[in-house]
Design a protein around this ligand. Sequence first.
Ligand SMILES: Nc1ncnc2c1ncn2[C@@H]1O[C@H](COP(=O)(O)OP(=O)(O)OP(=O)(O)O)[C@@H](O)[C@H]1O
Ligand SMILES: [Mg+2]
Length: 272
Amino acid sequence: MNPIQVVAVTGGKGGVGKTNVSVNLGIALCRMGRRVTLLDADLGLANVDVLLGLKPTHTLKEVLDGDIDLADVVLQGPEGLQIVPAASGLHEMAELGPAEHAGIIGAFSEIAHQMDVLLIDTAAGISSEVTSFLCASQEIIMVVCYEPASITDAYALIKVLNQHHGVQRVRIVTNMVRSDEDAQNLFNKLRVVSERFLDISLVFAGAIPFDESLRRAVQKQQHVFQSYPNSNAAKAFTRLAEQLDSWPIPAMPSGHLEFFVEQLVQDNRAEL
Ligand SMILES: Nc1ncnc2c1ncn2[C@@H]1O[C@H](COP(=O)(O)OP(=O)(O)OP(=O)(O)O)[C@@H](O)[C@H]1O
Ligand SMILES: [Mg+2]
């Protein structure tokens, strides 16, 4: 089995573009020939499938109940992107018990041979549900926008990750920026305060410009490469995918997936 990279996309604040980054980064990686599975870990309010106009036929709940395998839940998205949808609107899914949570993740080992990269789109906020996904991942992409609430919420999440969970590296994607200068200023704001008060390094991973094409693509329920392949946003997602491709490959022979599974199970046990 080849080493699987496990990369979580988060942001602290709602509406900063986590799902758009997850989907379009996933598509960009697929276009480079990587096999990508995207896990919608926003269990309360799933939207990866909505963004791509896909209709889930089965839910993770059925996997938890032992009725079907995870492979039956996986949706075949565009460009070969595989999607594990959360159960949209199912209130109970947002309140999974530790064993069920672990059950979901355990089921991943079954589909591990089909992927090079596992991307995880997380919910907003700094709840333990979000941090457990982040701590189990190999890399964390934090999406931030140039607005005070995004910066303070991202900092709050970085602080929790560093002080309570020992996370020492977070990669920053600046989203909806108007210029390269804005992107650098935004990154520097967050880096200066984080590195002054915390023992963590922030790494600039890339900037996605504010681009109407992205909004229009969302309205059409398409990824941006489908509707606007030459848009600035599409180009930026390709650059971000090339960045990700240069990040360290996990040392373990099976990659990071096994660690991811074990960490989540342990994390949930700790909360019992
Ligand atoms: N670079 C961009 N340019 C223009 N619009 C954008 C950009 N990124 C995201 N948006 C728009 O911002 C809105 C929120 O994006 P998205 O749903 O990806 O955010 P989110 O962080 O996943 O939100 P939630 O916290 O609700 O899960 C969408 O309407 C999307 O089209
Ligand atoms: Mg989202």
